[in-house]
Each structure stands twice: as structure tokens, then as C-alpha cells.
Design a protein around this ligand. Structure first.
Ligand code: SF4
Length: 63
């Protein structure tokens, strides 16, 4: 479980391996933000490219 929240990076994506579970923050020192659009115009056009799907088998366990 990630316990070192980076309070400069708020995030609510609990499904991400780097999410801080109990707190809505990312645990990484920095993240990469990008876009999947040719001409982004809305917030939903941009993505956190540091996202990694949490290993479901590890959910709830203490690492
Ligand atoms: S890597 Fe991106 S999606 Fe994952 S917890 Fe950090 S900010 Fe959220």
C-alpha cells in the first residue's frame, strides 16, 4: 500500500497502483500528463500517463 502521499498531486483514481488509498493523493514524486487528442479543448481530453492499473490480487493487502 502506498503511504507517502505527495500533497502536491491530488488524485481520486483509486484504481491506480500509485494512488494513496486512504488519501486522495498520488504517491509519485512527479507524474506525466499528456493527451490522446490531436487538438485538446476539454479537461477530459487530457490523461495521466503515469497511470498503472492496480494489481487486483494485492488490493487490501499490506505490502
Ligand atoms: S499516477 Fe496518475 S492516476 Fe495514478 S495516482 Fe498518480 S496522479 Fe493518479
Amino acid at each position: 500500500m502506498n503511504t507517502k502521499a505527495n500533497h502536491s498531486i491530488k488524485c481520486s483514481v483509486n484504481e491506480c497502483e500509485h494512488h494513496c488509498n486512504a488519501e486522495n493523493y498520488c504517491s509519485l514524486n512527479c507524474v506525466t500528463i499528456g493527451t490522446h487528442e490531436a487538438n485538446p479543448t476539454l479537461c477530459k481530453c487530457v490523461d495521466c500517463e503515469s497511470f498503472q492499473l492496480k494489481n487486483k490480487t494485492n488490493q487490501g493487502s499490506v505490502k
